[in-house]
Design a protein. Sequence first.
Lengths: 321, 249
Amino acid sequence: MSLIPRDRRLRDLAILLGMALVLTAAFYAFPDNLAFATRVIIMMIFVLSLDFVLGVAGVSTLGHSALFGAGAYAAGLCAAHGWNEPLLGVVAGAAAAAFVALLSGLFLMRTRGLTLLMLTIAVTEVLGELANKFSDITGGADGLDIVMGPILGVFKFDFRGQVGYVYAACMLLLVFAFLRILIASPFGLAARGIKESPARMRAIGAPVYWRLVAIYTLGGALAGIAGALSAQSTSLVSPAVFDFQLSANALIMLILGGAGRLYGALFGTLVFMSVHEVAASVDPFNWLFIIGALLLAVVYVAPAGLLSLPDLVKRQLRFSR
Amino acid sequence: MSAGLQIRGLSKSFGGLAVAREINFDLAPGDRKALIGPNGAGKSTFANLLTGALTPSAGEIRLDGRDIGRLGEAARVKAGIAKTFQITTLFQDLTVRENILLPVLERRGAALRMFRRADADAQANAEVEALMAQFKLNPFAEVRVGDLAYGQQRLVEMTVALALKPRILILDEPAAGVPTGENHLITDAIAALPADLSVLIIEHDMALVFKVARAIVVLVAGAILVEGAPREIAANPRVRDLYLGSRHG
Ligand SMILES: Nc1ncnc2c1ncn2[C@@H]1O[C@H](COP(=O)(O)OP(=O)(O)OP(=O)(O)O)[C@@H](O)[C@H]1O
Ligand SMILES: [Mg+2]
């Protein structure tokens, strides 16, 4: 018997409650590090969206920051033009990123493998270039400084970052719950099917290309939420949101934690960003070595990610008996 | 207009290599035809032309008189054509149940649902249960397909195709790779197929072919050499040459 309920709905609720508890505990445990914690949470949302696109549906991409950036600029532009209610900005960010994902997805999803990887990078580069060029609108290389209004006209962002933290935490719970439901749905099952065998999916009558476009668009919307939150919590949007490094880091976090299971995205992000934070404060130049070593160790010992470690250990124990 | 598949002048080349040459072929409701021929004769290519996985260079494909030669794969599945793969391309990481549920959901047009559990569709579940029962797969329902014995995987392969409720079923070497001891799994399954289903079996194992086929088509180098009842084919000297000369006897 375990503490986790059998019924799947109850179990999902229990998991969500557990997450809410952990997020609340972190709020009280690290009152002086809420800004960092908020960044971790926003990155978790971003890596979750990548997990859906790459881990669940098997779309290899190194251009996920294109969608993050689209969301960030949409939220930033909203705020810069007087629409500074944050939830509105999040909706705008999700919509803009979904739109970019749809448009680019229409040609990206016709390709696979290395070509796809290259093209996703190219899309990000193009968007970064556009953000630089149209400086009248985007503020160019300096970016946009924005001032956010209170959430729903009530909750003002405070200088200690408490409201910002709770706001991001609520978004994380929403996105996580949405993805849990999505993955268990027929649409989610089909997405897993596409990852396992596109040829078979076609043979059972699924329009694989259009499904992939839909998956990419949905994943884009979620990445856009992360981008919007990031813009709002830092009060700044610059072309750096389109950095290749952001896409690459998200991928590393996902691989660290384990792809395709959502928890891996959460765990990998937490580990990566914590190690980064600590290591970078010890040695700001060589912290990447530590991340690199960690990644190597994981890929060697637990290729399915850190989350698969308990299973591995269990199996090891059974063998040695 | 006649019922079933009619294929006229179907040709396909890969670059300069002609792998289907002006094939004429009919498959009526209830037919049990076998397509045999040496390795590389173009049997799988022919099957892929029928499902739309490959586009023909020339010729036409009609189903109940309707030209389906320009339709994509998904549309042909809707029209009633299903195929099993020569090499299993099942969803290795999904369970047997999920492998069968997916085609059922696709067929029922339920695959786009996002806010309902895939395993909570009572009608789809009932269908999956019935299909698993038909092939005695119930004990393996929750087993990852990748962990299944190969013979069982071939059964799942057939079940997935049948979950599409096809009118034309193409089996590309259903017994390939199955240990001889488990061959009966496949022949039993074929024998139990609905009587009005049209079945085309591509197979190297002659014992199996003679057990299930009521007509045999021999394909050599992309062209039909001869077509006839099993007894005629077995007695045909050209076919005997072909098969006695090769490793398949
Ligand atoms: N995509 C392709 N591109 C080029 N040549 C191909 C392609 N697919 C198949 N061929 C060639 O076409 C010929 C027929 O192949 P096919 O797979 O249809 O044969 P087969 O009769 O099914 O053989 P087997 O009994 O080995 O399954 C072979 O010479 C093969 O190499
Ligand atoms: Mg073949």
